[in-house]
Design a protein around this ligand. Structure first.
Ligand code: APR
Length: 170
């Protein structure tokens, strides 16, 4: 499994599956979620609503992953995952690791060879970048999912540096 880092917009990535930093409702939001729905079009939301109706009536639990079409995006699938919100008082690292682990498992099940991840939980959910990068890289490196490339798509310079500095230091 090749691990690569790109500074850019995840909705522009030409990969098989794009991972969305969703929320429990699966009905959209801001950040990555907003960009994916905006650029991907209504087909994505329609399939999210179907997932809610048929599989996740109470919402997608934190750390879980579910796939839909990618609509008008170059990708074939969007893998929606719900990151944990950051809390000083409670260590939710395992839930953040689950987002990467379960998204990769699902990517393999779908037959996706290339998967793009955003820096899950580091925006609205306020997870510190360095710690999120550590968890993301450790989890992806430990995964035995049969995926050819995992591409971390970082939206700004601080996120890009947090991930690439960590990758260089190992
Ligand atoms: N491409 C790549 N990365 C992006 C993009 C984009 N188009 N837009 C934002 N990001 C980055 C942010 O800069 C941040 O580093 O993705 C990371 C995750 O930020 P959020 O999208 O805010 O996701 P998260 O912190 O997991 O919070 C999820 O925010 O948008 C809502 O509906 C979403 O309620 C959910 C919550």
């Amino acid at each position: 499994m090749k691990i690569t880092f790109v500074k850019g917009d995840i909705t522009e990535q030409d990969v098989d599956a794009i991972v969305n930093a969703a929320n429990h409702t699966l009905l959209g939001g801001g950040g990555v979620d907003g960009a994916i729905h905006r650029r991907g079009g209504p087909e994505i939301l329609a399939e999210c609503q179907k997932l809610r109706k048929e599989k996740y009536p109470d919402g997608l639990p934190t750390g879980q992953a579910a796939a839909t079409t990618a609509g008008r995006l170059k990708a074939r699938w969007v893998i929606h995952t719900v990151g944990p919100t950051y809390a000083e008082s409670k260590d939710k690292s395992q839930l953040l690791a689950d987002c990467f682990r379960k998204s990769l498992q699902l990517a393999e099940e779908l037959g996706a060879a290339t998967v793009a991840f955003p820096a899950i939980s580091t925006g609205v959910y306020r997870w510190p970048l360095d710690d999120a990068a550590r968890i993301a890289l450790e989890t992806v490196r430990a995964s035995d999912a049969r995926v050819d490339e995992v591409r971390f798509v970082l939206f700004d310079q601080p996120a890009y540096e947090a991930f690439t500095a960590l990758a260089r230091s190992d």
